[in-house]
Design a protein around this ligand. Structure first.
Ligand code: HEC
Length: 123
C-alpha cells in the first residue's frame, strides 16, 4: 500500500467510526408511527421536523389533537386538506388518553429502573 492510500484508509476509519456509533444509537430510538391507512402520509408529513417519539408519547383527546395538527400545519407541515380529518382520526385513535402511558426506550434502561426503584423505596 502506498503512503497516500494508507493515509486515505486512516482518514476513512476515523470518519466512519463515530458515524457507526451514532447510527447504532439512533436505531434504538428510531421508532415508527403505528400501522394504519394514514401511516405513510403521517410519516411523510410529521417526521420531517422531528422524530416519531414526540407523537408516540402523546395521550390527547380528539379536540386537542385537532389543535395540535392545526398548529403543526401553521408551522409548515405539508398535509393535503382532504387528509386533515383522517390524520386527526389516526392520531386521536392511536394516541388517546385511554391508551397506556408511552414506554420510552432508554439507552440505560436497567440502570434507570434500578435508580427509580431505589428512589421510590427510600421515599
Ligand atoms: C415544520 C416542522 C414540523 C412539522 C412538519 C411537524 N412538526 Fe410537530 N413540532 C415541530 C416543532 C418545532 C415542535 C416543538 C419543538 C420540539 O419540541 O421539538 C413540534 C412539536 C410537536 C409535538 C409536541 C407537542 C408540541 O406541540 O410541542 C407534537 C405532538 C407534534 N409536533 C406533532 C406533529 C404532527 C402530528 C405532525 C404532522 C401533522 C407534525 N408535528 C409535523 C415542528 C414540526
Amino acid at each position: 500500500m502506498s503512503h497516500k492510500s494508507s493515509v486515505i484508509v486512516l482518514v476513512l476509519i476515523a470518519l466512519s467510526s463515530p458515524a457507526l456509533i451514532s447510527a447504532q444509537n439512533s436505531a434504538k430510538f428510531n421508532e415508527e408511527l403505528p400501522a394504519g391507512v394514514m401511516q405513510q402520509k403521517a410519516t411523510t408529513a410529521c417526521l420531517e421536523c422531528h422524530e416519531a417519539r414526540i407523537i408516540l408519547q402523546q395521550r390527547l383527546s380528539k379536540s386537542v389533537w385537532t389543535k395540535e395538527v392545526d398548529k403543526m400545519l401553521k408551522w409548515g407541515a405539508v398535509v393535503d386538506a382532504n387528509d386533515r380529518d383522517a390524520l386527526i382520526d389516526y392520531l386521536s385513535g392511536n394516541f388517546s388518553p385511554e391508551r397506556a402511558v408511552y414506554d420510552a426506550p432508554r439507552s440505560a434502561r436497567e440502570k434507570t429502573r434500578a435508580k427509580n426503584t431505589t428512589e421510590r423505596n427510600t421515599r
